[in-house]
Design a protein around this ligand. Sequence first.
Ligand SMILES: [Zn+2]
Length: 386
Amino acid sequence: MSRRCLFGLWLLVAACEGDARPRPDQALVDSVREVAAPSASQREPAQLTRIDVYSAGGEDAAGARVVLLFQGAPLFHQQQLPPQGILPQRIAIELEDTDWGDSVPVSQSVGRGGLRRVRLATPNPRVVLDLEPGATGRVFYLTDPYRIVVDVSATTRQSEKRRPLVVLDPGHGGREPGAANDEYSLVESRLALMLAELTADRLRAIMPRARVMLTRSDDVDLSLEERCALANTMEADVFVSIHFNASSEPVSKGGVTTFVLDTNNDRQALRLAARENGTRTSEVTGIQSFLAKYHRKGQASGSMTLAGKIQRHTLQRGRAVLPKLADRGVRKAMFYVLVGARMPAVLLEASFLTYEPEARALTTRAYRKALADGVASGIASYLHAR
Ligand SMILES: [Zn+2]
């Protein structure tokens, strides 16, 4: 797991906090923004290995995110190009000393979120984003792995802005399966995705006006900072990261917990935070004061209200299947995935994978569906009461 050092953490915060909403004059007029020059011994050509495109899914998506992944540190600068002949306005990422892999598509049609198309162009190796009229974009850079992220914002129409957007984040995925219970063949990343999908279905049914988006729809790697920045980029109204709890020691009760971000020092919460963050407890403790200043008080009360409703509704529905499902309450912990979120944001530990009655129940669709109905109902209740 990466993001173990302060520098990595700074990038995370920069991605979620500093870069998420640039001042208007900062968006694309900076013509040059180069990577810190690698030392001479590291100067090998970088390779563009993948281009990932994320957006809210529908044609009315408020934005899209393009992530260029590299092996090796790329040198680049960005340009905003006005419409020219048949060409629309564009963002060009000019790459120096960079190859691209055969599997990178020459052109990807997108057609939503203000982004028409992503394509590779010459003579310089460059990646061009063709935008819709009025769309804007901004570019930032992350390491480990090296990637250039371009956030595109469509021109937002008032009617669209008023439809609430819920971002559900199935925890882990790809090389990080999260917790597991081998006896019941339970893997946290898979369960979290199932629960998120069921929650999305339910939410769309009970609140048709709401737009619902998942940070991942497959078993893929997704960094903590991308999950958060995605919600910020899309101007989400609610962010819920979905997880399942586990303990290396035998537990006499399982239960449901909903977390909001805090910088407190509770030992148990720290241990859980370390597991979800992929770091050691001591590292979480060490960065608390560093992160404390990024805690946004304005968003904290909304998060508490949202957490209370999700906790109550999830317990209530879960208990229809498991009457003794324990209430571990709403708590605070240092979860990186919540850092920098601009909207009410919570992390749900929906049950215990290592508590036998809950593990057994989680193998049934009835219990998963009950939990999903509870999460959806809690979110809907929060949105209705705003
Ligand atoms: Zn987890």
